[in-house]
Design a protein around this ligand. Structure first.
Ligand SMILES: NC(=O)c1ccc[n+]([C@@H]2O[C@H](COP(=O)([O-])OP(=O)(O)OC[C@H]3O[C@@H](n4cnc5c(N)ncnc54)[C@H](O)[C@@H]3O)[C@@H](O)[C@H]2O)c1
Length: 347
């Protein structure tokens, strides 16, 4: 097991990588605990949950709303939860975002922790203290920064994760390596087959390295005043692909990273061979690296996603694998470049 600490303004979060759901009880304070999970995770792993009350929510991005949070508040009132009640969210990023937000706001804040059951939640969503919900179609528009007291990343639970869900976590893992650690990138390249069979030692290394990178960024810039935005590498175009091509988040981020790598090359920052390496690694991990896109539709989605009309965007680009730079680019220049954009063909 590896423990990584996030020191947030609201408290310290221990990320326990390789710890198990069965040991959850040893991290819970004395007193009452209420579990928030979803029906699928409860059906698969409910026998390992701590005894006591459970609140189960639905699945999918569409339920990440204030209405779901409101139903949780009602159930907490019916269960007579009080300021001494501890909340534990057991599930993927959606359960975590909702449970963390409900816990942070009910009665002005209950203590809470997570068991992250998807790869994306283990390497990304459960780390960093962002909790929130979507509002009127805008993603993560309403929320709070508040650190969970602990996060258990039980790698054994990944065995039941559908391939498409696994891909979402792998895309974020490649993102972490691209922006922050060339040796980590080399390691993933060298262990493609082991990743595919979820080799426990390799998965422990991947989750721990990714959490170390994300925790480092969060420890330096918890509230996204600057450095934390490097975690958006691949996401500016990724979100637009997700909407226009109706792709999973992981697949869209993979395409977004290839696009950002190409833009880095265009800006004279990244060598063509490095762009090819990034695309080859994504492909090896069964993520898409090529799509036929309607550039205008994608760019319109990108503009809408930004919520406010801006004249320039801060794009996260790479100047080599393992190192990124944030570069302001005029919207008009970006639109002109993207109007001609084609995904590179693989050598
Ligand atoms: N708070 C943050 O900093 C942050 C960061 C990144 C993403 N997110 C959010 O995370 C959400 C996506 O999270 P996700 O990708 O974990 O998806 P998810 O929470 O929707 O889970 C995906 C599916 O997998 C199922 N599942 C969960 N664990 C399983 C297991 N071990 N075996 C089998 N099935 C399992 C779930 O029931 C669900 O159907 C998005 O809403 C995104 O906005 C938040």
């Amino acid at each position: 097991m590896q423990t990584i600490i996030v020191d947030g303004s609201t408290g310290r979060s221990q990320i326990l990588i390789g710890e198990t759901l069965s040991n959850l009880g040893s991290y819970l304070p004395a007193g009452r605990t209420i579990v928030i999970s979803d029906a699928r995770v409860a059906a698969l792993y409910g026998d390992r949950f701590p005894s006591g009350e459970r609140i189960l929510i639905g699945e999918g991005e569409a339920i990440k709303t204030l209405e779901t949070v409101s139903r949780i508040y009602q159930q907490l009132i019916q269960l007579e939860a009080d300021r001494g009640t501890f909340i534990v969210g057991i599930g993927g990023g959606i359960v975590g975002d909702i449970a963390g937000f409900a816990a942070s706001t009910f009665m002005r804040g209950l203590r809470f922790g997570f068991v992250a059951t998807t790869l994306l939640a283990q390497v990304d969503a459960s780390v960093g203290g962002k909790n929130g919900v979507n509002f009127h179609g805008y993603k993560n528009m309403v929320g709070v920064f508040n650190q969970p007291e602990f996060v258990i990343a039980d790698l054994d639970l990944l065995k039941t994760l559908p391939a498409a869900e696994l891909a979402g976590g792998l895309a974020e893992i490649v993102k972490h390596a691209c922006i922050a650690d060339a040796a980590y990138f080399d390691y993933i390249e060298a262990h493609g087959a082991a990743v595919e069979r979820l080799d426990p030692e390799v998965m422990l290394h991947l989750v721990a390295e990714s959490v170390r990178i994300k925790a480092g960024v969060v420890n330096r810039d918890e509230r996204e005043n600057g450095e934390r935005r490097i975690l958006n590498f691949g996401h500016t175009f990724g979100h637009a692909y997700e909407k226009t091509l109706r792709l999973s988040h992981g697949a869209a981020v993979a395409l977004g990273m290839v696009t950002a790598a190409e833009l880095s090359r265009e800006e004279g920052l990244l060598a063509p061979v490095e762009v090819q390496r990034i695309a080859a690694l994504l492909k090896r991990l069964k993520l898409p690296v090529h799509a036929e896109v309607d550039c205008q539709a994608v760019f319109d989605a990108l503009r809408r996603d930004k919520k406010r009309l801006r004249e320039q965007l801060h794009m996260v680009l790479l100047d080599r694998i393992g190192h990124c730079v944030v570069q302001p680019i005029a919207m008009l220049d970006l639109e002109r470049w993207f109007g001609q954009f084609r995904f590179p063909s693989m050598a």
